[in-house]
Design a protein around this ligand. Structure first.
Ligand SMILES: C[S@@+](CC[C@H](N)C(=O)[O-])C[C@H]1O[C@@H](n2cnc3c(N)ncnc32)[C@H](O)[C@@H]1O
Length: 239
């Protein structure tokens, strides 16, 4: 990567980090409001499909305020769970929720593109509504592969464009018109303009599966959730 590109990526990363830190205090409230509570059922589906008996060490990347880490903890009382995010404001809120639930989850401030863990450290890596925001997504996928143990599993939950044309029209109206308005009442409006843009720019499901394979993952598949508004990707590290 040439120097200009890496400086550009650094600046974009910093802007995204600042944006999430700014909306952190309103993040959970707006999530529930804007998704009408569906976001929590998607996280439950993630946990149900991600966990296996051998999921003893779990890394939840872009953990935000900790909802996925906490949902994982409910189903795996014994596992080592680490939540990682590059926004300290998000992590501070996660810590409050984790302490309240006495959930024993480690929190680490770091970037998805440079994970501060040795190779083959985790059995399961989850990332919910996070990969869309990572500036160098392919680099992050290679990092995910590196820190997973052989036979480890990656599970990615992300927004997607519904397949049905009428629903896509409705979805785009909600995402591009309604959501920035409601979001703007409670938090920085630019953050809720950024959300639909980042979803629109995210690769198609098949293209993203191609990226997973490029990073080394195998048995890559995906499941549409709620008519394709969100997609759950699963991928395995075979050796
Ligand atoms: C939409 S929130 C999702 C949070 C949480 N996973 C959830 O399900 O609510 C996205 C999170 O990704 C984090 N994030 C974005 N890019 C990141 C990166 N490169 N490295 C680490 N965290 C990142 C943000 O700080 C934010 O907390």
């Amino acid at each position: 990567m040439n120097d200009n590109k890496s400086i550009d990526n650094e600046n974009r990363g910093r802007a995204i980090q600042e944006m999430f830190s700014a909306i952190a205090p309103r993040y959970d409230f707006l999530n529930r409001l804007l998704s009408l509570g569906i976001d929590q059922s998607w996280r439950q589906t993630l946990v149900r499909m991600a966990l296996r008996e051998e999921s003893r060490a779990i890394l939840d990347v872009a953990c935000g305020t900790g909802d996925v880490s906490l949902a994982l903890r409910q189903k795996t009382p014994q596992a080592r769970i680490v939540g990682l995010d590059f926004s300290q404001a998000m992590l501070d809120l996660a810590k409050i929720k984790i302490d309240r639930a006495q959930a024993g989850i480690e929190l680490v401030a770091a970037s998805a593109e440079e994970l501060p863990f040795p190779k083959a450290d985790f059995d399961l890596l989850t990332i919910a509504f996070g990969i869309r925001n990572v500036v160098d997504k392919k680099k992050a996928l290679v990092e995910f592969y590196r820190v997973l143990k052989p036979h480890g599993r990656l599970v990615v939950l992300e927004f997607s464009q519904p397949q049905m044309a009428w629903l896509r029209t409705l979805y785009n109206f909600y995402f591009f018109k309604v959501l920035p308005l409601i979001g703007g009442l409670f938090a920085r409006r630019s953050a809720y303009r950024y959300l639909p843009d980042s979803v629109a720019k995210f690769p198609s499901r098949d293209e993203f599966v191609g990226w997973l394979k490029e990073a080394g993952f195998r048995q890559c598949r995906y499941h549409s959730l709620t008519f394709g508004i969100a997609t759950l990707y699963l991928a395995e590290k075979l050796d």
